[in-house]
Design a protein around this ligand. Structure first.
Ligand SMILES: [Zn+2]
Length: 310
């Protein structure tokens, strides 16, 4: 189109601990990066100021030359950019992040769930390349998933698809912060593994297991098994994906965790779709959310270009 000017993308990954930012050229080349400790305890207005500072640090100075794309760690309406709450971000209920950021930085802003953006990033540039039906599963403090089906991001009717962590695996299981019982997140997340073993973190449970602590090893094995059964029944049987990639800190627990998970997958799924589905490790590491945010901005089309008449 004559007169079309592609904007640069300032991608942000908003986490409970860090906000990470990176500048992408319109062709996807990563430029300047910056990060800041999330001032979560100061509430959303303070975090918006941090986002503004990061955008100004990494992005082009001209607000008309950039588009901002943000991944958030909780339920969000990707169509309105309203964050509906996040376990790691107190006070974020019904917060209009997109509107507030646009007012603060003067550039168009897109907002989506971090697991959704991780899935999009892995699908376009990571482990999911070339797979038409691809699922990304993250297992860290929480558990989430993003779906790329028939080659496209699948969000569901309200943008809430992919809440894999809140599939009930054991109706009589431990309470989940969502209000239900026995969700996968209450059984297999890093937070759950630490709580079930009575240790400060999943990494501590993993270390204890490697040093011969049988109770710690049992907690890890059960967490991995529940995860695998849910992957088998709720992802492989339901969606018949070509590949599923796994990321998140809990996989640092070692090969035993992966092996127990795949045993659970075998228990929970039909043979033909299981044999078809590749189980992979995610490839993009900490950049997956940033890459996904860049891809989201590219997909948004007109928002990544100078609007007609401007
Ligand atoms: Zn739950």
């Amino acid at each position: 189109m004559v007169g079309e000017v592609r904007r640069e993308v300032v991608a942000l990954d908003l986490g409970g601990t860090w906000i990470r930012a990176a500048r992408f050229s319109p062709t996807g080349k990563i430029g300047k990066r910056a990060r800041d400790r999330t001032a979560a305890h100061l509430g959303p207005a303070a975090v918006v100021e941090q986002i503004r500072d990061l955008v100004e640090t990494v992005g082009p100075a001209d607000p008309g030359a950039r588009v901002v794309a943000i991944g958030v760690p909780g339920p969000v309406d990707p169509f309105t950019g309203v964050v509906e709450g996040a376990p790691n971000l107190p006070g974020w209920g019904a917060f209009p992040l997109k509107d507030r950021v646009e007012a603060e930085v003067g550039s168009p802003c897109l907002v989506d769930h971090d697991a959704t953006l991780a899935a999009l990033g892995e699908h376009r540039q990571g482990a999911g390349r070339g797979f038409r039906n691809f699922v990304y599963v993250t297992v860290s403090t929480g558990i989430g998933a993003g779906l790329c089906l028939d080659g496209k991001l699948f969000r569901g009717g309200q943008g809430k698809a992919g809440e894999f962590g809140h599939i009930v695996v054991d109706p009589d299981g431990p309470p989940c912060h969502c209000g239900n019982r026995g969700c996968l997140e209450a059984l297999s997340s890093g937070t759950a593994i630490a709580a079930l073993a009575g240790l400060p973190s999943a990494a501590a449970v993993s270390r204890a297991a490697q040093e011969g602590d049988e109770e710690a090893a049992k907690v890890l094995a059960q967490a991995a098994w529940h995860l695998g059964v849910a992957v088998g029944g709720s992802l492989i049987n339901l969606l018949n994906p070509d590949a599923i990639a796994f990321g998140g800190g809990v996989f640092a627990a070692g090969p035993a965790f992966w092996d127990q998970m795949t045993a659970g997958v075998a228990h929970g799924s039909f043979r033909a779709p299981r044999e078809h589905c590749r189980l992979l490790r995610a490839e993009l590491g900490e950049d997956q959310g940033l890459v996904g945010a860049f891809e989201l901005a590219m997909d948004a089309g007109p928002v990544g270009t100078t609007p007609a008449g401007v």
